[in-house]
Unconditional design. Structure first.
Length: 336
């Protein structure tokens, strides 16, 4: 079965073809980062218009790359939510239109389910059950994953998501947008131990997160020390270390609480080199294992949507109609 995947939840237009027998055949991605950087963040209206401009050429390019044609497709998967309503509507409209014209089944996929299943595309995927740390610009959650569609929320952020905290901190340091890559790059040359920043909720006894206090601590620091290159490097390194300490500590606590040894780290922040290194060292030391998608599949992409759609083909339907969920709890998909 050949599944076309379409992702348009925010500021990346992703398209992919996944074959249930041979695996991922092709994928294309257009990022809007350079367009939104001018505004310091995503502008929803501009995002929607750019998806309209990019999506059909990307579908054509993906088909050409895979040496396939529209008539070869057996089903279509698209991101139904969560995300920006206008952006989601673009992907849904194209998916529904194609499915209707080709008389194909289609299925709306949860964006976060796509992220947490992305490591299963790799040659050595994790076995169920496992703990998933979903960490991105909009979400920071710990989930127990028992199987496809069986997810239990263990903890989540009470305020800012990790990626959001990276972006806001980068803005305070005048590093531009997006903040994660900028801070990660600068932190390599900084002293992570110079400034002792808070690790919010690290000893709270639960699996929830909070990053607004960390961001506020950076603001206080910025307002009280001279602005120079050395200070900026050290603040970036200290912030990143605090963030990595919290995420690693909570992930290990979730593994201990659920008595599991496999951890999946997914989402844009999962591409952070320092986070990957810390997770690898601490979790393997405890006899566990950490799994990641390829770096190109950490951010929003069509491959994860095509794969999730392939895993849920039995739920695909030909009852066509626009259906998006800008707010959609992942735990609502549970089969438990």
């Amino acid at each position: 079965m050949l599944v076309l995947g379409i992702e348009t939840s925010c500021d990346e237009t992703g398209v992919a073809l996944f074959d249930t027998y041979t695996g991922l055949l092709a994928h294309e991605l257009h990022s809007q980062v350079s367009m939104h950087a001018e505004y310091g963040g995503v502008v929803p209206e501009l995002a929607s218009r750019d998806h309209i401009r990019r999506i059909i050429p990307l579908i054509r390019s993906t088909l050409k790359q895979a040496d396939r044609h529209l008539k070869d497709i057996n089903a279509i998967a698209y991101t139904r939510g969560p995300g920006l309503a206008g952006a989601l509507l673009v992907g849904a409209a194209v998916a529904e239109g194609l499915a209707y014209s080709l008389n194909l089944p289609r299925i709306g996929i949860h964006h976060l389910e796509g992220h947490l299943l992305a490591p299963l595309i790799e040659p050595s995927p994790p076995e169920f059950p496992f703990i998933a740390l979903l960490v991105s610009g909009g979400h920071t959650q710990l989930m127990r994953v028992n199987g496809i569609g069986s997810y239990r929320l263990l903890g989540e952020t009470l305020d800012d998501a990790a990626g959001e905290a990276f972006d806001k901190t980068a803005k305070l340091l005048n590093l531009g947008y997006p903040g994660g890559p900028a801070i990660s790059k600068l932190a390599r040359t900084g002293n992570p131990d110079r400034f002792r920043l808070p690790r919010p909720l690290i000893n709270s006894g639960d699996l929830n997160f909070s990053f607004s206090g960390l961001k506020t601590a950076v603001l206080t620091l910025v307002n009280n020390i001279p602005e120079d290159e050395s200070n900026t490097r050290d603040i970036a390194a200290s912030f990143q270390k605090a963030m990595v300490d919290v995420l690693t500590s909570k992930a290990i606590a979730a593994l201990d609480y659920e008595k599991l040894q496999r951890l999946v780290v997914a989402g844009g922040v999962g591409a952070n080199e320092q986070l990957r290194e810390a997770m690898e060292i601490k979790i393997t030391k405890q006899g566990g294992a950490v799994y990641y998608p390829k770096l190109e599949f950490c951010t929003d992409n069509g491959a994860m949507i095509a794969f999730a759609g392939a895993m849920r083909l039995s739920e695909a339907t030909k009852n066509h109609g626009f259906s998006i969920c800008p707010r959609w709890p992942l735990e609502g998909l549970t089969l438990e």
